[in-house]
Design a protein around this ligand. Structure first.
Ligand code: NAD
Ligand SMILES: O=C[C@H](O)CS(=O)(=O)O
Length: 490
C-alpha cells in the first residue's frame, strides 16, 4: 500500500501515490520511497511500475486519441481552462508537495506552480488558433490547401528540478493540439506529477488523454516511450547525455522529437554596464533553485575595468542569501537534490581551486544538512577549469576576467551548449553585435530572469531542439498536411 506521511495539505486528495492510467489509479506490488532532500525524511511511498504499465498507458492513450482529436478546439480549451483554474486554486498545496519532494524554497515552488499553470492557460487559447492556409495555385484548375493536424500520441520523460512546470509545459501544448500524452516523471519527484493528474481528472479531461506512469526503471520504460510503434512523438527535458541516448532510440521508428537539454550559460558584464543591476541579475539567475536550473548562469565574465567593483558588490549580495529548508520563512537557497549532487559540485570546486581558482566565499557543505552546499564564489577562474567547462547545477559562481568584446564572445561560445546567455551593457551598438554573435537560443539583455510563457523556450547546439511555450510551442505537436484540390475546370 502506497501512502504519504507528514505532508500537511488543505486538500489531502492531492497527495496521490499511484500511477494514473486511463483515468484509474494503478496499484503496484512494488513501491519506492519519496525523500525530502532537505532532511532525508521519507515523505511518501509511491507505486513502482515499469514496462507493462507503460505499454498499458500507451494502449489507452492511443484509444483515447480518436475522441480527443475529434473534439472541437473550443471544447478542449474549456477543459484545459478548468485544469488551469484547479491548479491555481490549489497552488499552495501543490507548492507544499513540490518543496517537500524537490527542496526549492516555498516561494519559488509557488512561482513554479503559477509558471506551469500559465502554459495550460496559454495553450488553451493557442489551441483555438491552429490555422491552415489557402495558397495561390499555379493553375486555375487546382486549389492548394494546407491543414494542420495533431501528430498523435505523445510520450515524455521529465526531470526532477521543475517537477510541475516541465510536465505542464509539454502536456498543455500536446493536449491543446489534440494529442494524448503519457509521461514518466523523475522518480525523485513523482508527487507533483500525480497531483497534476488528479486535477486533470477533476477538470474532466477524459480517461487516457493524460497519463502518468511512475517507476524506477527509467531505461526500460524509456525504451517503450521512445520506440513503441503507436507513439508519434517523444519529448524530453533533462541532461544532454541522456538526451542523446533517447534521440537514438527514437530513430528506430522515426519519431518526431523535441529536446530541452543541458546548458552552460555565460553571464557577461561589460565595463559600461549598470553594475548594481548586473549584480542583481547574476544572483537571481545563478541561485534560483540552488543553481539547479538549465538556464542558471554558469560562468560570470567581467570586463577587467569593473572586475573589482563587480566582485565586491557580488560578494556582499551572495553573503545575504539564507540557506535552509525550503519550507522555512526567508530561505533563499535550499538543498541540492542528493548527496551525490553535492559531491559532484564540491569536486568541481576543489579541482578548479587546485588549478588556480581562488575561493572567495563558501566552498563546502553547509551545516544545514547533508544535501546543502554553501553559496560559493570563485575568482581567477579560467575557461579550461572544470567549474567553467561543466554544467555546475549547484550554487557556485565562477568569475572570469576578460579584456574585450571579441575575446569574451569567443570564450562564451566555447561550449557544446547553446541554451541561455546573459549580458549587461548600455551601448546599443554592442547590444546588437553581441546578441547576434552569441550562439544561444535565449539571451537576457540587462535581465537575469528570462523564462515566461509567451517566449519560445529552447536551445541550439547540444542544448537541444524544438521550442516550448510561445506561439511556436504548438508546432512540435502538429503535422502539416497539403491538400491539392484538382479538376476544378472540368
Ligand atoms: N533545457 C531544459 O528545459 C531543461 C530543464 C530542466 C533540466 N534540464 C537539464 O536536466 C539535467 C538535470 O536534470 P536530471 O538530473 O533529472 O537529468 P537526467 O537527464 O539525469 O534525467 C532526466 C530524466 O531522464 C530520466 N532518465 C535518465 N536516464 C534515462 C535513460 N537511460 N532512459 C530514459 N530515461 C532516463 C531520469 O530518470 C529523469 O526522469 C541538467 O542537465 C539540466 O540542464 C534541462
Ligand atoms: O531548468 C529548467 C527550466 O526550464 C528552467 S525555467 O523555469 O524554464 O527557467
Amino acid at each position: 500500500m502506497q501512502h504519504t506521511q507528514s505532508i500537511e495539505l488543505k486538500d489531502k486528495q492531492l497527495a496521490k501515490t499511484l500511477s494514473y492510467v486511463n483515468g484509474q489509479w494503478l496499484e503496484s506490488e512494488n513501491h519506492v520511497a519519496v525523500i525530502n532532500p532537505a532532511n532525508g525524511d521519507q515523505i511518501a511511498t509511491v507505486s513502482n511500475h515499469g514496462v507493462n504499465e507503460t505499454e498499458l498507458a500507451i494502449k489507452h492513450a492511443k484509444a483515447a486519441m480518436v475522441a480527443w482529436s475529434s473534439m472541437t478546439a473550443l471544447h478542449r480549451a474549456e477543459l484545459l481552462r478548468k485544469w488551469f483554474n484547479l491548479v491555481m486554486e490549489h497552488q499552495d498545496d501543490l507548492a507544499n508537495l513540490l518543496t517537500q519532494e524537490q527542496g526549492k524554497p516555498i516561494n519559488e515552488a509557488k512561482g513554479e506552480i503559477a509558471y506551469g499553470a500559465s502554459f495550460i492557460e496559454w495553450f488553451a487559447e493557442e489551441g483555438k488558433r491552429i490555422y491552415g492556409d489557402i495558397i495561390p495555385a499555379p493553375s486555375n484548375d487546382k486549389r492548394i490547401i494546407v491543414i494542420k493536424e495533431p501528430v498523435g500520441l505523445v510520450t515524455a520523460i521529465t526531470p526532477w528540478n521543475f517537477p510541475n512546470a516541465m510536465i505542464a509545459r509539454k502536456a498543455a501544448a500536446a493536449l491543446a493540439a489534440g494529442c494524448t500524452f503519457v509521461v514518466r516523471p523523475a522518480i525523485q519527484t513523482p508527487l507533483s506529477a500525480l497531483a497534476l493528474a488528479e486535477l486533470a481528472d477533476r477538470a474532466g479531461i477524459p480517461p487516457g488523454v493524460f497519463n502518468v506512469v511512475v517507476g524506477t526503471d527509467a531505461s526500460a520504460m524509456g525504451k517503450v516511450l521512445t520506440q513503441h510503434s503507436d507513439v508519434a512523438k517523444f519529448t524530453f527535458t533533462g541532461s544532454t547525455d541522456v538526451g542523446k541516448k533517447l534521440i537514438s532510440q527514437c530513430a528506430t521508428t522515426v519519431k518526431k522529437v523535441s529536446m530541452e537539454l543541458g546548458g552552460n550559460a555565460p553571464f557577461i558584464v561589460f565595463d559600461d554596464a549598470d553594475i548594481d543591476a548586473s549584480v542583481l541579475g547574476a544572483v537571481q539567475s545563478k541561485y534560483r533553485n540552488a543553481g539547479q536550473t538549465c538556464v542558471c548562469t554558469n560562468r560570470i565574465f567581467v570586463q577587467k575595468k569593473v572586475l573589482a567593483q563587480f566582485t565586491q558588490k557580488y560578494l556582499l549580495a551572495v553573503k545575504e542569501l539564507t540557506i535552509g529548508n525550503g519550507l522555512d520563512e526567508g530561505v533563499i537557497v535550499g538543498p541540492l537534490i542528493s548527496s551525490d549532487a553535492v559531491n559532484a559540485v564540491d569536486k568541481m570546486v576543489k579541482d578548479s581551486i587546485a588549478l588556480g581558482a581562488k575561493l572567495l566565499l563558501g566552498g563546502k557543505r553547509d551545516k544545514a544538512g547533508d544535501n546543502f552546499y554553501q553559496p560559493t564564489v570563485l575568482s581567477q577562474v579560467s575557461t579550461d577549469m572544470p567549474i567553467a567547462k561543466n554544467e555546475i547545477f549547484g550554487p557556485v559562481s565562477p568569475i572570469i576576467a576578460f579584456e574585450n568584446e571579441e575575446d569574451v564572445i569567443t570564450m562564451a561560445n566555447e561550449t557544446e551548449y547553446g541554451l541561455a546567455a546573459y549580458f549587461y551593457t548600455r551601448d546599443i551598438g554592442r547590444i546588437w553585435r553581441v546578441a547576434t554573435k552569441l550562439q544561444y537560443g535565449m539571451i537576457g539583455i540587462n535581465e537575469g530572469i528570462i523564462s515566461n510563457t509567451a517566449a519560445p523556450f529552447g536551445g541550439m547546439k547540444q542544448s537541444g531542439y524544438g521550442r516550448e511555450g510561445s506561439k511556436y510551442g504548438l508546432d512540435d505537436y502538429l503535422d502539416i498536411k497539403y491538400l491539392c484540390m484538382g479538376g476544378l475546370n472540368s
